[in-house]
Ligand binder design. Structure first.
Ligand SMILES: Cc1cc2nc3c(=O)[nH]c(=O)nc-3n(C[C@H](O)[C@H](O)[C@H](O)COP(=O)(O)OP(=O)(O)OC[C@H]3O[C@@H](n4cnc5c(N)ncnc54)[C@H](O)[C@@H]3O)c2cc1C
Length: 353
């Protein structure tokens, strides 16, 4: 006997930024919306919102995210990149005082956006797994955790890089570069002495790395590579220790926070279909070198919510097609930028380019 999960207009899978923001918009417009989030322990990690992201944050009406006293964002002064043979580039965000750039602690940002969705009426539920998906005349039956049944008219896949729902209903990943990322949070005196939050990016023969310090006195250092060998904690520590010896000396102990993740660039061959769409990383994942993933989650969730609304109200398939094209154009534009940046780096093998 199946337990009743409930009947909803929209079921959102994944409560990252893209899922929570899509659920927030749809709940605000009166659609009965549920979000199911996989019950995993979140890893505290730091990312950067470049100044260009502000447009999407303003379009969402979320400027308060920056100004509130418990904001998950804190100022970032800019980017210093050592890229290719001896070249150093400085991008000082102070030159763009209208927006600035921001350091983001992801667990805090995600929690803030989830609570915004819930405050507008979305139901939030933690799950272990999605076990069964089937269509019925009014939409979908989704069975989670073996025996809990949800019915809904429309599914939003916001599960991030796994694209859990979209791939189960037949969408295929088109991967342009297969990369892995491994990261460690460092603490200690050397980190405390940094003073400002600035993004440092550096290319190496085996890939590229970045580091960014957070006002709460830790520094996230990440290595991005086409080699899966960095998925091992010991080899990651060794590689990052060579790049950042100042943080692995006796005074700066590494936090036991290690992150391993897929960092590939891909887009699904179709990001929407009858009664579903994918949003954020689930639809199209950007190379981390672009610092575009969060801005894309902020902007694509707004378009996704409008598309879903148009489909539910008018069964307008053209809205789904237009959504697919918007995601595809954004991703293609970014991917040509990614290639341009990688081609400036002459130490790499073809696999990274
Ligand atoms: C190494 C690295 C560094 C990055 N740095 C930056 C940066 O500096 N700036 C930037 O803008 N972007 C950066 N990005 C990209 C950014 O992290 C993503 O673009 C962003 O997280 C996308 O948000 P999302 O909501 O689409 O997906 P996610 O944040 O991945 O959220 C997906 C959610 O769905 C949940 N989920 C997964 N499967 C299921 C399931 N079966 N059922 C229910 N829930 C599920 C996950 O647990 C997660 O909570 C970086 C990415 C990487 C890999």
């Amino acid at each position: 006997m199946l337990a009743e999960g409930g009947h909803f207009d929209v079921l959102v899978i994944g409560a990252g930024p893209a899922g929570s923001l899509t659920a927030r918009a749809l709940s605000m417009w009166g659609f009965k919306t549920a979000i199911v989030q996989k019950d995993v322990e979140p890893v505290k990690f730091t990312e950067v919102l470049p100044p260009s992201s502000m447009r999407a944050i303003c379009a969402q009406g979320l400027v308060n995210l920056i100004h509130s006293s418990h904001s998950p964002l804190s100022p970032c002064s800019g980017v210093t990149s050592h890229w290719g043979e001896g070249r150093i580039y400085e991008d000082d965000f102070i030159r763009r005082p209208e927006s600035g750039g921001w350091v983001v602690e992801r667990t805090a940002l995600d929690a803030e956006l989830q609570s915004l969705a819930v405050s507008h009426g979305a139901i939030y539920r933690k799950i272990q797994s999605i076990d069964h998906i089937e269509t019925y005349e009014n939409g979908w039956i989704i069975i989670v955790d073996d025996d809990v049944s949800f019915t809904c008219r429309f599914v939003i896949d916001a599960s991030g890089r796994p694209s859990t729902f979209a791939r189960r209903v037949g969408a295929k990943r088109q991967v342009t570069s297969k990369l892995f990322a491994g990261g460690i949070n460092f603490v200690g005196q050397a980190v405390d002495d940094i003073g400002e939050s600035r993004l440092f990016v550096k290319s190496h023969p085996e890939g590229w790395s970045y580091s960014i310090s957070h006002p709460e006195h830790y520094l996230s250092a990440v290595l991005v590579s086409s080699s899966s060998s960095i998925k091992n904690k010991a080899s990651l520590e060794k590689a990052l220790g060579k790049i950042y010896p100042q943080y692995v000396d006796s005074e700066a102990a590494s936090l036991d926070r290690v992150l391993f993740t897929d960092a590939s660039s891909f887009i699904l061959d179709h990001v929407a279909g009858e009664n579903w769409l994918a949003v954020g990383d689930a639809a199209a994942s950007f190379d981390p070198i672009t610092s575009q993933g969060l801005a894309n989650a902020f902007s694509s969730s707004l378009i996704a919510a409008h598309t879903c609304r148009e489909f539910l109200l008018n069964r307008n398939f053209l809205a789904l097609e237009a959504y697919d094209k918007a995601i595809r154009d954004t991703w293609s534009f970014s991917d040509s930028g990614r290639l341009h940046v990688y081609q400036q780096q002459d130490q790499w093998t073809e696999s990274l380019r």
